[in-house]
Design a binder for this molecule. Structure first.
Ligand code: AKG
Ligand code: FE2
Length: 294
């Protein structure tokens, strides 16, 4: 599936002809595909044993992340606070191909681990990633969007789910773009927006595919720290903000304890609904650079 980055003609939002593709992508969430890999104990053990004999399974997982809807759910293992299996699967996917960054820095090989749970000390003064450690809803976003190169692969291992909230929202880039018109898409490619200390365009083309970097709270935080947000950037962001605030356009599902969500961080935005202030919901988050997803 390809999208025109810089079309010669632009259509206004109201008169855009809804294509067959758009009609398909705008189906209600319940009808959207939700890939699941269920693994048994033998396969789990094989992953822990350096992924011996799992090449075709790992290749299918990578394929699933590169193709719509750019995520899958892993089921089978019981809930655990040990992230070793998730890390091994993430490393197996990442290791399919060397990452371009690996040539310039050992950083590419490092795995980032975070416990995502309510942190009562996470005050509103402690950095932009604080939101994930509260009970608050998170609108669909890209993780590590302040990095020159955001990690390609993210995994969220649900240890303890929340029965009433914390529902995952996944917004594949195709669904986001299908709800914007060509002029809006062009503006998001051309306009730089501040994330952390630097500015980057929200959309870019890589290997014939559009990728996205977007984190509303990060942009707002950069602005409150003094970064300039031009009128052009505000204008480019508004339609995107409008779209990502409509969860019914995207995939949503409640991950249950033991399930792990793997996703392509620059081909699908992820978010969640809020939950109770005293919830004991716990997820483990893994981020890794993955050459096979570049
Ligand atoms: O809590 C969740 O479901 C997602 C949290 C999140 O987006 C993050 O920690 O990056
Ligand atoms: Fe996130």
């Amino acid at each position: 599936m390809t999208f025109v980055a810089v079309p010669m003609q632009t259509k206004s939002r109201g008169t855009a002809i809804v294509s067959a593709l758009q009609q398909r992508l705008n189906r209600p969430t319940a009808e959207k595909p939700r890939p699941v890999f269920t693994i048994n104990r033998r396969v789990a053990r094989a992953f822990l044993d350096e992924s011996a004999g799992l090449e075709s399974l790992v290749a299918r997982m990578a394929q699933c992340l590169n193709a719509y809807p750019h995520f899958f759910i892993l089921r089978g293992p019981p809930p655990t606070e040990d992230a070793v299996l998730t890390v091994q699967i993430a490393k197996a996917i990442a290791g399919l191909k060397p990452h371009p960054l690996a040539r310039v820095s050992g950083q590419a090989l490092r795995v980032s681990h975070t416990r995502v749970e309510i942190d009562r000390n996470a005050t509103l003064a402690t950095g932009v990633t604080r939101y994930s450690r509260t009970h608050l809803a998170l609108t669909p976003h890209t993780d590590s969007s302040y990095n020159p190169v955001p990690h390609e692969l993210l995994a969220f291992q649900m240890v303890r789910d929340d029965a009433e909230g914390g529902v995952s929202i996944l917004a594949p880039i195709e669904d986001v773009l299908a709800n914007l018109d060509d002029a809006q898409i062009v503006a998001l490619h051309k306009t730089k927006v501040p994330f952390g200390k630097r500015s980057y365009p929200v959309l870019w083309r890589q290997q014939g595919q559009s990728h996205i970097r977007f984190y509303d709270q990060q942009i707002q935080a950069a602005v409150s720290n003094g970064a300039a947000l031009s009128e052009a950037a505000r204008g480019a962001l508004q339609p995107l903000q409008d779209v990502i605030n409509v969860p019914r356009l995207f995939h949503s599902f409640a991950l249950r304890g033991g399930e792990t969500l793997f996703l392509h961080n620059t081909l699908a935005l992820h978010g969640r609904t809020g939950f109770a202030k005293d919830s004991n919901r716990l997820m483990l988050r893994i981020r890794i650079y993955a050459g096979a997803l570049v």
